[in-house]
Design a protein around this ligand. Structure first.
Ligand SMILES: Cc1cc2nc3c(=O)[nH]c(=O)nc-3n(C[C@H](O)[C@H](O)[C@H](O)COP(=O)(O)OP(=O)(O)OC[C@H]3O[C@@H](n4cnc5c(N)ncnc54)[C@H](O)[C@@H]3O)c2cc1C
Length: 490
């Protein structure tokens, strides 16, 4: 059996490991932290359980397909519920939009803000559905090693309708004029890590994911997905080892022969770098074996980092939903301060997840579990004083917008930002969400999942294809596993 070493135990590493073990490879997964899950680890303090990273469960079909590959269904692993409302958007104290899960109610909401807009919305969503279906069936599962993969009549003719060269901002404004509806439809772009006017309209498929496929929640928290994937990996025979910080990948005659972890040499026939791509190349590989140099990485447009606060509140809060977006500040200025003039935002948008609104298990009885998040530029100064300043800004706004005292009820408080991303995940620039999804960094233009100089070294994770987010990270692991088994299976 060929020995595969997977470096990194996030979604991508877990998916790659399980898929290869199922195909008969002898797989060991090495994770530097004490827990697996990567950016989706959980944090437990004084009876509060926080999801440290992802909190939006979108594209449920991807999870269902993943579990199906291993002969199970989502409900074998966790209880998934659809959130309704999907989320609330706070435009001001007086104006809070609660976004309904029901599609007819969603159309009615649009009519309320812009008479006649539900007709436009139907057209917009039909187009978004087309893009979603084509992307999921024909694009995301491709290794994107060459443009030739896309030279097929069906794909080429579909590509015209995929709106690669128009911005999502333009596409939305062609359909709607109300600024609040425009903000609502531009919001999923936040996940994609680029400004709406630079994000291809292809990504209106995320609006389909949001509005039609819905926002879901696994009871117990997003970490339930990690637990399910860990169980599957173990069942497939993957050896999962934590506290294993890989320091080097050894190359002999153009082949990876071993990795060094905590000073111990571990032999390998195949190596997958499922930690941050930049870290794997720049820190674990000799310069002559790297696909990309430091200049290349500096020229990339990164998706944001973020400042987060994990907070326990000693009472129940009024007016909040499970997911809450605070759009009582201009989106454009905040986006400029992330991408064009990197600096701490002068007047930040932020969001708050209050999972205890849905799930009693994540906070002690009568208390609330709150995670606050501000997207920020990568690699800017990160100090306790700056974090505290933004904690106070968010608290003041929360108290004002929801009309209640909150700050004096904080009983648990922990911050997380750029320095933690670097320290915990070896993240390039302290990024949270990988590379920005602009056209120049899509598909064949992303860092390649194979190493061009080392014949048995591969990459998986949010910095390679198909991109950032939990579903794409899972798909990335599956795609790399398919490439490896094509090449190495007898
Ligand atoms: C705050 C935040 C919120 C998010 N919100 C959402 C959301 O709501 N919905 C969504 O779909 N996505 C969301 N995302 C994105 C999503 O979480 C990521 O895209 C995904 O988890 C990335 O998985 P990965 O496996 O590529 O990388 P990671 O999760 O980073 O896994 C890589 C692993 O490699 C390990 N590692 C690093 N260096 C080494 C080494 N030298 N040796 C051994 N191990 C090493 C790291 O410790 C880590 O465990 C969010 C991300 C963040 C940070």
């Amino acid at each position: 059996m060929k020995k595969v070493i997977v470096i990194g135990g996030g979604f991508a590493g877990l998916a790659a490991a399980s898929s290869l073990a199922k195909k008969g490879f002898d797989v060991t997964l090495l994770e530097k932290n004490c827990d697996i899950g990567g950016r989706a680890r959980k944090l437990t303090i004084s009876g509060f359980t926080f999801d440290m990273g992802p909190s939006w469960y979108w594209m449920p079909d991807v999870f269902e397909n993943y579990f199906k590959e291993f002969g199970s269904v989502v409900s074998d692993h966790y209880n998934l519920i659809r959130l309704d409302p999907s989320y609330a958007v706070f435009f001001s104290k007086e104006e809070v939009m609660r976004v309904p899960a029901n599609l007819n109610e969603f159309y009615a909401l649009f009519e309320k803000y812009e008479p006649g807009s539900s007709v436009q919305l139907r057209k917009f969503l039909a187009d978004a559905e087309y893009k979603y279906n084509i992307s999921m069936s024909d694009f995301v599962n491709k290794p994107s090693l060459s443009l030739l993969e896309f030279m097929d009549f069906r794909i080429l003719s579909a590509a015209v309708r995929m709106d690669l060269f128009k911005s999502i901002s333009k596409c939305i404004k062609n359909h709607f004029t109300n600024t609040k509806l425009i903000s609502l439809l531009e919001f999923p772009v936040l996940f994609l890590g680029a400004k709406p006017n630079e994000t291809p309209a292809l990504y209106s498929m995320m609006n389909y994911a949001d509005i039609v496929l819905g926002t879901w929640y696994p009871m117990g928290g997003m970490h339930k997905i990690v637990e399910a994937m860990e169980n599957i990996a173990k069942k497939q025979g993957v050896k999962i080892k934590t506290f294993e910080r890989v320091e080097k990948i050894n190359i002999v005659d153009g082949k990876a022969v071993s990795v060094v972890s905590n000073g111990v040499v571990i032999p390998a026939d195949i190596v997958i770098g499922a930690a941050d791509y930049h870290h794997v190349e720049q820190n674990l590989l000799e310069e002559k074996y790297r696909n990309y140099n430091e200049e290349y990485w500096k020229s990339r447009k990164m998706a944001p980092s973020c400042l987060m606060y994990y907070i326990g509140i000693d009472k129940k809060l009024e007016g909040l939903e499970h997911h809450n977006l605070f759009f009582d500040a201009p989106f454009d200025i905040h986006a400029e301060e992330i991408y064009d003039r990197p600096q701490w935002p002068s007047n930040p948008l932020f969001y708050a997840t209050c999972a205890s609104k849905t799930d009693d298990s994540v906070a002690p009885a009568g208390k609330e579990n709150l995670v606050l998040l501000i997207p920020i530029a990568v690699d800017i100064e990160d100090t306790e004083e700056i974090r505290e300043k933004y904690f106070n800004i968010m608290m003041d706004r929360l108290e004002h917008l929801t009309g209640q005292s909150i700050k004096q009820h904080v009983v648990v408080k922990m911050s997380y930002a750029i320095n933690n991303f670097k320290e915990d995940y070896n993240s390039f620039g302290g990024n949270a969400y990988g590379l920005a999804n602009i056209l120049k960094q899509t598909a064949v233009f992303k860092p390649k999942l194979i190493n061009k100089k080392v014949s048995n070294l591969y990459y998986a994770g949010q910095l390679t294809v198909p991109g950032p987010g939990v579903p794409p990270a899972i798909i990335s692991g599956q795609v790399v596993a398919k490439e490896i088994s094509k090449k190495f299976s007898n």
